[in-house]
Design a protein around this ligand. Sequence first.
Ligand code: NAD
Length: 295
Amino acid sequence: MHIGFLGLGNMGGPMAGNLIKAGFTLSVFDLSKDAVNKLVEQGATAVTSPNQFAQQQVDVVISMLPAAPHVKGVFLGEDGLLKHLQKSTLIIDCSTIDPHSAREVNKVATELGHKMLDAPVSGGTMGAQAGTLTFMVGGTDADFTSAKSILAAMGKNIVHCGACGNGQAAKVANNMLLGISMIGVAEAMALGVSLGMDAKVLAGIINTSSGRCWSSEINNPFPGVLENVPASRGYTGGFGTDLMLKDLGLATEAAKLCKQPVIMGGMAQQLYQAFSLQGNGQLDFSAIIKLYHKE
Ligand code: NAD
């Protein structure tokens, strides 16, 4: 099977590499020549524009781009890829974008006779490298079935979330909760420590009690509680505050369009916004505890 892969950044690069390892034929495109060269070294063929995927008659196009304007630009733009691809090409967009944009691109793709899935991921760059990503997939049953063996080369959990756009809906809902829960854990840890608790003892109690969650157990924001997490290495690595801000922006925008209140999500967005403005956008989002606790 011949796959065209667009967007070879921190996520797309290792994902494309795993497809090559699994035996797929890959043609690749990115605006960065360095990113393309890394994949060529692993066995991919470089193309000089996405529209060359059409000339090569690829069976599948996978995109892993920064945000909705990039996805719309590539697929729907004036000389967009959808107009050039042969009919029935399967398009899998793995970028994290809002559900409304995903449905907009899907509508045009379907009208032009293509098949399209939105398939955002969770698992971060480590999951992309290890091939253990979770894919949240929106689209028809038939297209999901066709895509499964491809996604399985890049991920461990592949979940069909329903119709097109639902993959993005699952992703924004999960990441909004993550952003909120991290602030909750930061607030609770800081309060307990201010009241005299030892941070490790407090985290142990939370993690065996009703406050337990991923933010307390796997990525506790309090420095020194866990080894090998961003909080214990100056909040470097991990999931940047600005990336969390992007996802909270998607959640609040999507909520506005369906008139759904996201009160805590909106407050979380504002807190991370203020934190980013102070110059902390590149720090792991667990660094939000700095608003509550001085080391
Ligand atoms: P990145 O910035 O590292 O990579 C994006 C790549 O897209 C870059 O190499 C860039 O040159 C390329 N690009 C931009 N416009 C292009 C175009 N028009 N044509 C071709 N290539 C183009 O970003 P990333 O961290 O790989 O994230 C990609 C997507 O995955 C985003 O939507 C992000 O929200 C999502 N995501 C990221 C993570 C993470 O931990 N980094 C986790 C889950 C989901």
